[in-house]
Design a protein around this ligand. Structure first.
Ligand code: PDD
Length: 285
Protein backbone atom coordinates (compact mmCIF):
# COMPACT_ATOMS: atom_id res chain seq x y z
CA UNK A 1 0.00 0.00 0.00
CA UNK A 2 1.24 3.45 -0.91
CA UNK A 3 0.81 6.36 1.48
CA UNK A 4 1.76 10.03 1.52
CA UNK A 5 4.28 11.20 4.11
CA UNK A 6 5.77 14.71 4.09
CA UNK A 7 5.78 15.20 0.34
CA UNK A 8 6.64 11.63 -0.65
CA UNK A 9 4.54 8.72 -1.88
CA UNK A 10 5.95 5.60 -0.24
CA UNK A 11 5.12 1.95 0.40
CA UNK A 12 3.88 1.70 4.01
CA UNK A 13 6.94 -0.39 4.99
CA UNK A 14 9.26 2.46 3.98
CA UNK A 15 7.35 5.23 5.75
CA UNK A 16 9.23 6.27 8.89
CA UNK A 17 8.97 9.14 11.36
CA UNK A 18 11.29 10.32 14.11
CA UNK A 19 10.82 9.09 17.68
CA UNK A 20 10.86 12.80 18.58
CA UNK A 21 7.75 13.51 16.54
CA UNK A 22 5.39 15.49 18.80
CA UNK A 23 2.52 13.28 17.68
CA UNK A 24 4.38 10.26 19.07
CA UNK A 25 5.63 12.05 22.20
CA UNK A 26 2.64 14.21 23.19
CA UNK A 27 -0.23 13.21 20.89
CA UNK A 28 0.17 16.78 19.61
CA UNK A 29 -1.80 16.69 16.38
CA UNK A 30 -5.17 16.35 14.67
CA UNK A 31 -6.71 13.94 12.16
CA UNK A 32 -9.58 13.41 9.76
CA UNK A 33 -11.37 10.37 8.36
CA UNK A 34 -12.99 10.97 4.95
CA UNK A 35 -15.07 8.25 3.29
CA UNK A 36 -14.53 7.62 -0.42
CA UNK A 37 -17.38 6.09 -2.45
CA UNK A 38 -16.84 4.97 -6.06
CA UNK A 39 -13.43 6.74 -5.83
CA UNK A 40 -15.02 10.08 -4.84
CA UNK A 41 -14.24 11.69 -1.51
CA UNK A 42 -17.54 12.39 0.25
CA UNK A 43 -18.20 15.90 1.67
CA UNK A 44 -14.59 16.86 1.09
CA UNK A 45 -15.25 20.54 1.77
CA UNK A 46 -16.96 19.79 5.10
CA UNK A 47 -14.14 17.47 6.16
CA UNK A 48 -11.48 20.01 5.18
CA UNK A 49 -13.40 22.74 7.05
CA UNK A 50 -13.52 20.53 10.15
CA UNK A 51 -9.77 19.88 9.72
CA UNK A 52 -9.19 23.63 9.51
CA UNK A 53 -11.14 24.17 12.76
CA UNK A 54 -9.20 21.36 14.46
CA UNK A 55 -5.90 22.90 13.32
CA UNK A 56 -6.99 26.33 14.58
CA UNK A 57 -8.01 24.68 17.85
CA UNK A 58 -4.43 23.50 18.40
CA UNK A 59 -2.86 26.64 16.83
CA UNK A 60 -1.19 24.80 13.96
CA UNK A 61 -1.09 26.26 10.43
CA UNK A 62 -2.75 24.22 7.71
CA UNK A 63 0.18 22.74 5.76
CA UNK A 64 -1.77 22.60 2.46
CA UNK A 65 -4.40 24.53 0.57
CA UNK A 66 -7.43 22.76 -0.89
CA UNK A 67 -5.79 22.26 -4.28
CA UNK A 68 -2.75 20.61 -2.70
CA UNK A 69 -4.85 18.37 -0.44
CA UNK A 70 -7.00 17.37 -3.41
CA UNK A 71 -3.95 16.45 -5.49
CA UNK A 72 -2.68 14.17 -2.69
CA UNK A 73 -6.11 12.55 -2.26
CA UNK A 74 -6.60 12.05 -6.00
CA UNK A 75 -3.30 10.20 -6.33
CA UNK A 76 -3.95 7.92 -3.33
CA UNK A 77 -7.54 7.22 -4.43
CA UNK A 78 -6.36 6.40 -7.97
CA UNK A 79 -3.74 3.99 -6.57
CA UNK A 80 -6.22 2.29 -4.23
CA UNK A 81 -7.29 -1.27 -5.07
CA UNK A 82 -10.71 -0.50 -3.64
CA UNK A 83 -13.63 1.46 -5.15
CA UNK A 84 -14.82 2.37 -1.65
CA UNK A 85 -12.18 3.46 0.83
CA UNK A 86 -11.44 6.08 3.41
CA UNK A 87 -8.76 8.73 3.59
CA UNK A 88 -6.96 9.05 6.91
CA UNK A 89 -5.16 12.40 7.42
CA UNK A 90 -2.84 12.89 10.36
CA UNK A 91 -0.99 16.13 11.03
CA UNK A 92 1.35 16.67 13.97
CA UNK A 93 3.35 19.66 15.18
CA UNK A 94 6.50 18.02 13.82
CA UNK A 95 9.83 16.88 15.22
CA UNK A 96 11.58 18.77 18.03
CA UNK A 97 13.45 18.10 21.28
CA UNK A 98 10.99 16.89 23.93
CA UNK A 99 9.60 20.02 25.57
CA UNK A 100 5.93 20.88 26.01
CA UNK A 101 5.77 24.43 24.58
CA UNK A 102 5.49 24.77 20.81
CA UNK A 103 8.92 24.53 19.10
CA UNK A 104 10.38 28.01 18.69
CA UNK A 105 11.24 28.63 15.91
CA UNK A 106 8.48 26.41 14.60
CA UNK A 107 9.33 23.24 12.67
CA UNK A 108 7.67 21.62 9.66
CA UNK A 109 4.56 19.64 10.61
CA UNK A 110 4.42 15.91 9.95
CA UNK A 111 1.74 15.12 7.37
CA UNK A 112 0.53 11.58 6.78
CA UNK A 113 -2.29 10.55 4.43
CA UNK A 114 -3.42 6.97 3.85
CA UNK A 115 -6.20 5.52 1.72
CA UNK A 116 -7.53 2.27 3.19
CA UNK A 117 -10.38 -0.02 2.04
CA UNK A 118 -13.76 0.82 3.58
CA UNK A 119 -15.73 -2.21 4.72
CA UNK A 120 -19.48 -1.94 5.27
CA UNK A 121 -20.85 -2.94 8.69
CA UNK A 122 -21.62 -6.70 8.66
CA UNK A 123 -25.21 -7.53 7.66
CA UNK A 124 -26.04 -9.18 11.01
CA UNK A 125 -25.39 -5.89 12.81
CA UNK A 126 -28.06 -4.27 10.66
CA UNK A 127 -30.67 -6.88 11.54
CA UNK A 128 -29.83 -7.38 15.22
CA UNK A 129 -28.44 -3.96 16.15
CA UNK A 130 -25.44 -3.60 18.43
CA UNK A 131 -25.05 -3.45 22.18
CA UNK A 132 -23.43 -0.57 24.01
CA UNK A 133 -22.42 0.37 27.52
CA UNK A 134 -22.58 3.79 29.15
CA UNK A 135 -19.69 5.54 30.86
CA UNK A 136 -18.93 8.87 32.39
CA UNK A 137 -17.55 11.21 29.72
CA UNK A 138 -14.21 11.95 31.37
CA UNK A 139 -12.56 13.51 28.32
CA UNK A 140 -11.36 17.10 28.09
CA UNK A 141 -13.49 20.16 27.25
CA UNK A 142 -12.43 20.42 23.58
CA UNK A 143 -14.00 17.26 22.16
CA UNK A 144 -14.91 19.34 19.08
CA UNK A 145 -11.23 19.14 18.06
CA UNK A 146 -10.46 15.90 16.20
CA UNK A 147 -7.28 15.40 18.21
CA UNK A 148 -4.99 12.39 17.73
CA UNK A 149 -4.57 12.16 21.53
CA UNK A 150 -7.33 9.55 21.84
CA UNK A 151 -6.30 7.76 25.05
CA UNK A 152 -9.58 8.61 26.87
CA UNK A 153 -11.58 7.34 23.86
CA UNK A 154 -9.41 4.20 23.68
CA UNK A 155 -10.03 3.40 27.37
CA UNK A 156 -13.75 4.16 27.09
CA UNK A 157 -14.15 2.06 23.92
CA UNK A 158 -12.35 -0.87 25.54
CA UNK A 159 -15.04 -0.88 28.26
CA UNK A 160 -17.54 -1.71 25.50
CA UNK A 161 -15.32 -4.42 24.05
CA UNK A 162 -14.77 -5.95 27.52
CA UNK A 163 -18.57 -6.20 27.84
CA UNK A 164 -18.84 -7.83 24.38
CA UNK A 165 -20.31 -4.63 22.92
CA UNK A 166 -19.58 -2.24 20.05
CA UNK A 167 -19.74 1.24 21.51
CA UNK A 168 -19.56 3.26 24.71
CA UNK A 169 -22.26 5.93 25.08
CA UNK A 170 -20.84 8.89 27.00
CA UNK A 171 -22.74 10.77 29.71
CA UNK A 172 -21.28 14.07 30.93
CA UNK A 173 -21.61 15.18 34.58
CA UNK A 174 -23.86 12.18 35.25
CA UNK A 175 -26.53 14.33 33.58
CA UNK A 176 -26.59 14.50 29.77
CA UNK A 177 -25.62 12.65 26.60
CA UNK A 178 -22.60 13.83 24.61
CA UNK A 179 -21.67 11.17 22.00
CA UNK A 180 -20.09 7.73 21.58
CA UNK A 181 -16.39 6.95 21.99
CA UNK A 182 -16.09 7.01 18.17
CA UNK A 183 -19.56 8.01 16.97
CA UNK A 184 -22.44 10.45 17.45
CA UNK A 185 -25.55 9.23 19.24
CA UNK A 186 -29.22 9.95 18.46
CA UNK A 187 -32.22 9.19 20.69
CA UNK A 188 -35.69 8.39 19.31
CA UNK A 189 -38.77 9.09 21.46
CA UNK A 190 -42.40 9.02 20.33
CA UNK A 191 -41.40 9.21 16.67
CA UNK A 192 -39.05 12.20 17.09
CA UNK A 193 -35.34 11.97 16.36
CA UNK A 194 -33.37 13.80 19.06
CA UNK A 195 -29.77 14.94 18.58
CA UNK A 196 -27.44 16.63 21.09
CA UNK A 197 -26.37 20.13 19.99
CA UNK A 198 -22.91 20.62 18.50
CA UNK A 199 -20.75 22.21 21.15
CA UNK A 200 -17.28 21.83 22.66
CA UNK A 201 -18.26 18.51 24.27
CA UNK A 202 -18.74 16.49 21.09
CA UNK A 203 -17.19 16.00 17.69
CA UNK A 204 -19.33 17.67 14.99
CA UNK A 205 -19.85 14.52 12.94
CA UNK A 206 -20.26 14.74 9.19
CA UNK A 207 -22.59 11.71 9.28
CA UNK A 208 -24.58 13.46 12.06
CA UNK A 209 -25.12 16.35 9.61
CA UNK A 210 -26.18 13.96 6.84
CA UNK A 211 -28.72 12.22 9.11
CA UNK A 212 -30.26 15.55 10.19
CA UNK A 213 -30.39 16.72 6.56
CA UNK A 214 -32.12 13.48 5.54
CA UNK A 215 -34.60 13.88 8.42
CA UNK A 216 -35.37 17.45 7.32
CA UNK A 217 -35.72 16.49 3.65
CA UNK A 218 -38.18 13.68 4.46
CA UNK A 219 -40.24 15.51 7.09
CA UNK A 220 -39.06 13.20 9.87
CA UNK A 221 -39.73 15.00 13.17
CA UNK A 222 -36.39 15.94 14.72
CA UNK A 223 -35.08 18.20 17.44
CA UNK A 224 -31.55 19.31 18.31
CA UNK A 225 -31.34 19.86 22.05
CA UNK A 226 -29.61 18.70 25.19
CA UNK A 227 -30.61 15.12 26.01
CA UNK A 228 -30.83 14.05 29.64
CA UNK A 229 -29.26 10.79 30.80
CA UNK A 230 -32.72 9.49 31.77
CA UNK A 231 -33.94 10.05 28.20
CA UNK A 232 -31.16 7.82 26.90
CA UNK A 233 -32.31 4.90 29.03
CA UNK A 234 -36.01 5.60 28.29
CA UNK A 235 -35.46 5.85 24.54
CA UNK A 236 -37.67 3.96 22.09
CA UNK A 237 -34.58 3.66 19.86
CA UNK A 238 -30.93 4.64 20.05
CA UNK A 239 -28.80 5.19 16.94
CA UNK A 240 -25.09 5.65 16.41
CA UNK A 241 -23.53 7.32 13.37
CA UNK A 242 -20.02 7.62 11.97
CA UNK A 243 -18.41 7.69 8.54
CA UNK A 244 -17.30 4.01 8.58
CA UNK A 245 -20.30 2.61 10.52
CA UNK A 246 -22.89 4.80 8.75
CA UNK A 247 -26.00 4.39 10.95
CA UNK A 248 -26.53 1.49 13.35
CA UNK A 249 -29.21 0.71 15.93
CA UNK A 250 -28.14 0.27 19.55
CA UNK A 251 -30.59 -2.33 20.83
CA UNK A 252 -29.12 -3.08 24.27
CA UNK A 253 -27.59 -0.61 26.70
CA UNK A 254 -25.81 -1.72 29.87
CA UNK A 255 -27.39 -5.14 29.37
CA UNK A 256 -30.96 -3.79 29.23
CA UNK A 257 -33.17 -3.68 26.12
CA UNK A 258 -33.75 -0.38 24.34
CA UNK A 259 -37.39 -0.37 23.16
CA UNK A 260 -38.17 -3.81 21.75
CA UNK A 261 -34.45 -4.72 21.70
CA UNK A 262 -34.66 -4.82 17.89
CA UNK A 263 -33.81 -2.17 15.30
CA UNK A 264 -36.92 0.02 15.21
CA UNK A 265 -38.87 1.92 12.53
CA UNK A 266 -36.75 5.10 12.77
CA UNK A 267 -33.55 3.11 12.25
CA UNK A 268 -35.04 1.21 9.30
CA UNK A 269 -36.27 4.42 7.65
CA UNK A 270 -33.00 6.31 8.15
CA UNK A 271 -30.88 3.34 7.11
CA UNK A 272 -32.89 2.99 3.90
CA UNK A 273 -32.70 6.74 3.18
CA UNK A 274 -28.98 6.76 3.96
CA UNK A 275 -28.39 3.94 1.44
CA UNK A 276 -30.39 5.87 -1.19
CA UNK A 277 -28.44 9.02 -0.39
CA UNK A 278 -25.19 7.08 -0.76
CA UNK A 279 -26.26 5.69 -4.12
CA UNK A 280 -27.70 8.95 -5.50
CA UNK A 281 -25.51 11.63 -3.91
CA UNK A 282 -22.31 10.22 -2.44
CA UNK A 283 -21.46 8.20 -5.55
CA UNK A 284 -22.61 10.93 -7.93
CA UNK A 285 -19.96 12.33 -10.28
N1 PDD B 1 -14.45 8.93 14.33
N2 PDD B 1 -17.53 11.35 17.56
C1 PDD B 1 -16.30 10.82 17.72
C2 PDD B 1 -15.65 10.91 19.06
C3 PDD B 1 -15.65 10.22 16.63
O1 PDD B 1 -14.41 9.72 16.79
C4 PDD B 1 -16.32 10.14 15.38
C5 PDD B 1 -15.70 9.50 14.17
C6 PDD B 1 -17.60 10.69 15.26
C7 PDD B 1 -18.38 10.66 13.95
O2 PDD B 1 -17.86 11.59 13.01
P1 PDD B 1 -18.06 11.37 11.44
O3 PDD B 1 -19.51 11.17 11.21
O4 PDD B 1 -17.55 12.62 10.84
O5 PDD B 1 -17.27 10.14 11.05
C8 PDD B 1 -18.17 11.30 16.37
C9 PDD B 1 -13.68 8.42 13.25
C10 PDD B 1 -14.41 7.64 12.25
C11 PDD B 1 -12.46 7.71 13.82
O6 PDD B 1 -11.96 8.19 14.81
O7 PDD B 1 -12.01 6.73 13.23
Amino acid sequence: MTLYLNGLYLPIEEAKISVLDRGFIFGDGVYEVIPVYSRRAFRLTAHLQRLQRSLEGIRLANPHNITEWTAIFDKLIADSASEDSYLYLHITRGVAPRDQPFPNPSVAPTVLVMCNPLSRPPAELLTSGVCAVTAQDNRWLRCDIKAISLLPNVLLRQMAVDAGCSETVLIRDDAFLTEGSASNIFVVKNGTLLAPPKDNLMLPGITYDVILEIAAAHAIPHEVRKIAKTEVFDADELLLTSSPREVLAITRLDGKPIGTAEPGPMFKRLYQLYQEFKRDVMRAP
